[in-house]
Design a protein. Structure first.
Length: 361
């Protein structure tokens, strides 16, 4: 594809540049959908005020990423094949990414925004999320050194992200001289954790590492506290946002920790400025800001920066020029390396219905 020469300031070529926004609107992760949509919309509006991408105004086309993976892939594939969309982004689980990525097949760039298990090799996929080595490994080291927690149990949904993350966790715990006491994997959408909790109570673990999505984590947290297991065990999740914290309820958040590149309560100038812009645009009653929604802002912004640096929508050129691309966003300074966004990661402790950011990992 020939390189694009940008038009003079304030002029735009005819037409728009359309991005498929794949976010869950149903299922266990549906709790994230509204904030994901608004954060992406905020990014698009800001990009368009900056004269768009390659002089073209950007717009979003929503795709329900909470539908069955093959159904999502069919819809995205049809949009790409028809030329309706020129890029794909959004927060959706790895089981969806694994079927969407081959369907796109490098015809358009795909910016995948969630934390994930690592290892994505498709050269047309760019990733903004945290990975185990930069999120779970340092967190487990902190729990060992600061709280003396080395005996862990894993409770996760039964799909690719929890399963592959668990493999990495086993090695991290071994390196720390700890012990993995038990592992439990449940079907996505599970709400009854009675059997798991009874076995957890007998496991001898000091901490529970949660690899649960959305409503599943909320149900687990409530049941965990009702069973009194929060009296002498901590919980830690790499996927626990402010929406899930509110749904869990203040009575069920004792000893609950999370790690992420962004929290609404992150006390940095970049984060505070993002919160101001979000609530000024969508109002005080807008869905609560959180790391998952913010990741969709990051997805639009990263796509924009890739296209501007390449001066093209050609995926190969974007990839060739991606290493070292950096910008400042709500997470602070970030930089692309090997198609992954390098970023700061923070550890937070639940304080009732809010997160208190306590450490940079």
């Amino acid at each position: 594809m020939a390189e694009y020469s940008p038009p003079p300031p304030r002029s735009r070529p005819a037409g728009t540049l359309t991005v498929a926004l794949v976010v869950p609107l149903q299922g266990p992760a549906g709790i994230f959908g509204p904030s994901c949509e608004l954060c992406a919309q905020l990014a698009v509006e800001e990009v368009n005020r900056e004269h768009g991408v390659l002089g073209r105004e950007v717009r979003l086309v929503p795709v329900d990423g909470g539908a069955p993976p093959e159904q999502v892939a069919d819809e995205v594939g049809a949009l790409v094949a028809a030329g309706t969309v020129q890029a794909v982004t959004g927060w959706h689980i790895s089981a969806v990414r694994e079927v969407v990525a081959p369907r796109i097949a490098g015809r358009v760039p795909y910016v995948y925004t969630p934390l994930y298990e690592g290892g994505e090799r498709a050269p047309w996929v760019f990733l903004t999320g945290e990975t185990p080595g930069r999120q779970l490994r340092p967190a487990l080291a902190w729990f060992a050194s600061e709280l003396g927690v080395r005996r862990w149990a894993i409770v996760g949904d039964d799909y690719v992200w929890p399963r592959r993350s668990a493999r990495a966790i086993r090695s991290y715990i071994d390196d720390l001289g700890g012990e993995l006491c038990a592992e439990f994997f449940v079907g996505l959408g599970t709400q009854d954790f009675g059997g798991v909790l009874r076995r957890l109570a007998r496991s001898g673990c000091d901490g529970v590492l949660m690899l649960l999505v959305g409503d599943d984590a909320v149900a687990f947290n409530r049941a965990f506290a009702r069973a009194g297991l929060d009296e002498d065990r901590i919980r830690f999740s790499p996927l626990m946002d402010e929406n899930m914290l509110l749904a869990t309820g203040a009575d069920s958040t004792r000893g609950l920790f999370a790690a992420a590149g962004y929290f609404e309560s992150l006390p940095t100038a970049d984060s505070l400025d993002f919160g101001t812009r979000y609530h000024s645009r969508f109002g005080a009653d807008a869905p609560v800001l959180n790391s998952l929604g913010e990741s969709c802002y990051e997805g639009v912004r990263l796509f924009t920066e890739l296209a501007r640096r390449a001066q093209s929508l050609d995926v190969r050129r974007m990839r060739e020029l991606s290493d070292g691309l950096g910008y400042d966003g709500p997470r602070g300074p970030v930089e692309m390396r090997d198609r992954h966004l390098r970023q700061r990661v923070f550890l937070a402790a639940a304080d009732g219905l809010e997160f208190d950011v306590i450490h940079r990992l």
